[in-house]
Design a protein around this ligand. Structure first.
Ligand code: DQA
Length: 155
């Protein structure tokens, strides 16, 4: 049976454009382009169209989450520092009515206390953190599985 391609929007928040150069002892040496290329390959293998975007601006991320409502089936999101502060992003995830998976390179729970709170986890379908770039790969596979789960596709 033919299966339509899942359309996945990958969003990265503030300072993640500096991956590879920014605090490599915490975030590793892979740059964002390398992570995005890996996600493209996984998408190709699993029959998903992947579009990746990064912004340092909260409002732009909100705009993109709103776009997801019409144009995407799922969102993979590393909201970076905005994870811990942004009610606007949380509200935008809810308003998008699009399943969202939260990812982080680092294990935020093993870091400073202010990183232990996520304002977005409660409105995401799942969270993957602490595995470096592999958090994105695991999160993408989980999101695609979730989108294709029988409970969601039966009707
Ligand atoms: C991060 C964790 C955040 O606390 C931090 O502000 C980031 C990156 C991560 O991927 O580990 O910018 O989201």
């Amino acid at each position: 049976m033919a299966r339509s391609l899942s359309r996945i929007l990958v969003l990265n928040g503030p300072n993640l454009n500096l991956l590879g150069r920014r605090e490599p002892e915490i975030y590793g040496t892979a740059d964002l382009a390398t992570i995005e290329a890996t996600l493209q390959n996984i998408g190709f293998d699993l029959g998903a169209l992947i579009e990746s975007r990064q912004s340092n601006h909260e409002g732009r991320l909100v705009d993109w989450l709103q776009e997801a409502r019409e144009d995407f089936d799922g969102v993979l999101l590393n909201a970076a520092a905005l994870t811990h502060t942004s009610v606007a992003l949380r509200d935008a995830i809810v308003a998008s009515e699009t399943p969202c998976v939260e990812v982080h390179l680092s294990n935020v729970h093993a870091r400073e206390p202010f990183r232990h709170t996520s304002l977005i986890s409660g409105v995401c379908v799942g969270v993957v953190l602490g595995f470096g770039p592999n958090s994105y790969a695991l999160g993408l596979r989980g999101l695609i599985d979730y989108l294709r789960s029988p409970e969601r596709t039966e009707d």
